[in-house]
Ligand binder design. Sequence first.
Ligand code: TYM
Length: 336
Amino acid sequence: MAKEVVLSGIRPTGFLHLGNYFGAMRNYVRMQDEYNCYFFVANWHSLTTHPDTKELQSAVHRVVAENVACGLDPEKVSLYVQSDVPEIAELYLYLNMLAYKGELEKTTSFKDKVRLQPENINAGLLTYPVLMAADILIHRAVKVPVGKDQEQHLEMARNFAQRFNHRYGEVLPEPQAFNFGGELVKILSLDGEGKMSKSENQLNTLYLADSDELLRKKIMKAKTDQGPLEPNSIKPAYIENLFTLMKLVSNPDTYSKFEADFAASSTGNCIIRYGDMKKQLAEDMVQFITPIREKAAAIQEDKNLLARIIKTGAEKARESAHATLNEVRKAIGMNY
Ligand code: TYM
């Protein structure tokens, strides 16, 4: 039986962080043996925020290197750069005719960007979810490993696929967001305010490229408080996030010990020591990130290797994209 198709992408808009890793990349690595996988660097999407394109080039290389350093095997998957697959742009054009201004304007990510960059509300920003749908549907992918923040975009991709199939005939399967363990992941920023993100709140974000010292410093500065007021309290978001990170990188006994300390603590009887917890978390984080950082740095130095990975990835991706586009054109009647 043919393997199910998996696709996901990352924008090269800054350094990759723990949210990218646990929301997306960890799943990529786990899926690479079982599925037919396409992973790419979404450099067209980056243009919606008008980055310095000189920096964009090294950022693309860094994202490729970090993906490989996290365990992606470019022999098993197609790891490519979006702009190397022009078939995506043609599908984007067809899907744009099926996407409506009203629904695009209501998208959460669009509303956020309107707030953040009122001087640059370009059409690419408005149709961002359409390009993302084209990325997915061009390989007829059914599983899309992403973090929680991409859920709405996936719902829109399903709508566009449905509309296409309804109008022109069944060609495009409906993709689903995916995470091992079921629930999509959202890693918060270290102050507990909003999600960890590539460019904002740099001191509250743990990057895969951070030095050991910087990781320790950021974690020791993470927001805590005087401890729970009563036993079995509900954790505030910034404390919950420290536990989430500990669950991801520390050993289960360590996690359970701090969890039990928290549950038993109350005013006047504070058993949990947030200072100790952060020290432990910092050491476990350093153990976790150091090998990834070192491997990524070595790959980034090897420009020939990077060029080879990107070229082979694009060849595999174009073959699959070309086959889908043929079906799409036939369905619309654009095969003269
Ligand atoms: P991007 O580049 O913002 O993020 C890449 C991946 O990391 C996940 N992620 C998080 N997960 C958990 N907690 C966080 N704090 C966190 N921050 C980021 C994201 O959910 C994503 O999976 N629009 C996409 C890129 C894209 C794409 C696609 C993804 C373009 N086309 C097609 C999938 C399929 C984006 O901006 O991701």
